[in-house]
Write a protein that binds this ligand. Structure first.
Ligand SMILES: CC(=O)SCCNC(=O)CCNC(=O)[C@H](O)C(C)(C)COP(=O)(O)OP(=O)(O)OC[C@H]1O[C@@H](n2cnc3c(N)ncnc32)[C@H](O)[C@@H]1OP(=O)(O)O
Ligand SMILES: O=C([O-])CC(=O)C(=O)O
Ligand SMILES: [Mg+2]
Length: 269
């Protein structure tokens, strides 16, 4: 797949007009089985299960081999429990390995943010939770701006994901021509600790990957930290100094993570 995204998401929810819901489901059912998408993680955003489209969406995409269901407008752990009950039944009916369909919950309301911890811990199928800003700001009676309006929600979703040991995904940036705005937001969410971001346009993929890749300077520093730690270990020291800065266990863990991220992003080491 030429753009090299980490995964590909088909949308059956708000990007699809009401009268197109059935034909979109059929298209996605066939796309999921196309050899072009064999080696990439396939996510489908189904319609909520309290609409007439949600269950038919689920029946179709699980049978077609989807990897991850993105459940929009997740307000409570009960929403995930309901999804899980259907998943168990459909997997059994079509001979899929039980538990093999994973879930990503999108949190899009005040109550969803309040329940983020319970949602994040509600199922072993969950790979992550995502904040969805456009519905969230509607619910909060505000609008998308410089990120101030998302401050609490981002912190809450991140803490919930980390406490549950799953990934946290940030909101979509909808103005695909505003590259500078996109990069400002990516800089912020990277510093906050998000694992990544939902994207709407192929032009955003490289920008995001480059912003998440460690710089050569960061890689060089991480290597010096590891070397200093190894030397400290040879000398029986738990803590060593590198250019006057303390190097101990969490600093070493961080350096290792920088090197892992560099390897994943293809940065020269
Ligand atoms: C708030 C929410 O619910 S977000 C989730 C649901 N929404 C979506 O998924 C929206 C998906 N994205 C899009 O529809 C579009 O990218 C828009 C509307 C944001 C921007 O549209 P455009 O300005 O026309 O995009 P652009 O000019 O960059 O398109 C260039 C090429 O990339 C393709 N492209 C654009 N977006 C995508 C995408 N998400 N996935 C795959 N290909 C895409 C276009 O079809 C076009 O291909 P072509 O040159 O073969 O015709
Ligand atoms: O789920 C998403 O990424 C986008 C979305 O629905 C929203 O912002 O309301
Ligand atoms: Mg939404």
């Amino acid at each position: 797949f030429i753009y090299k995204p980490d995964s590909i998401m088909f949308d059956l929810e708000d990007a699809v007009a009401l009268r197109e819901k059935d034909s979109a489901r059929l298209l996605v059912f066939h796309a999921l089985q196309h050899p072009m998408y064999r080696d990439i993680e396939k996510v489908v955003r189904i319609n909520p299960l309290n609409t007439p489209f949600g269950l038919p969406d689920l029946e179709a995409v699980v049978r077609a081999g989807v990897d991850v269901i993105r459940l929009p407008k997740t307000d409570s752990p009960e929403d995930i429990a309901e999804l899980e009950t259907h998943l168990e039944r459909i997997e059994k009916a079509c001979g899929r390995e039980p538990g093999s369909t994973r879930i990503m919950a999108a949190i899009e309301s005040a109550i969803g943010v309040i329940n983020a911890v319970a949602i994040a811990r509600s199922s072993p199928r969950l790979i992550g939770i995502a904040l969805a800003a456009f519905d969230y700001v509607m619910d909060m009676q505000t609008e998308r701006g410089d990120g101030t309006e998302l401050f609490y929600a981002r912190c809450a979703v991140l803490h919930a994901a980390r406490a549950a040991g799953i990934d946290a995904f940030d909101v979509v940036w909808s103005d695909v021509n505003d590259e500078a705005g996109f990069l400002r937001e990516v800089g912020l969410i990277r510093k906050m600790g998000f694992n990544g971001k939902s994207l709407v346009n192929p032009r955003q993929i490289d920008l995001l990957h480059n912003a998440y890749a460690p710089t050569q300077q960061e890689v060089d520093h991480a290597k010096r930290v590891i070397e200093a730690a190894e030397e400290g270990e040879r000398n029986g020291l738990g803590v060593v100094s590198l250019n006057g800065k303390m190097v101990d266990a969490p600093i070493i863990d961080h350096a290792q993570r920088v090197l892992e991220r560099a390897a994943a992003s293809g940065v020269r080491q």
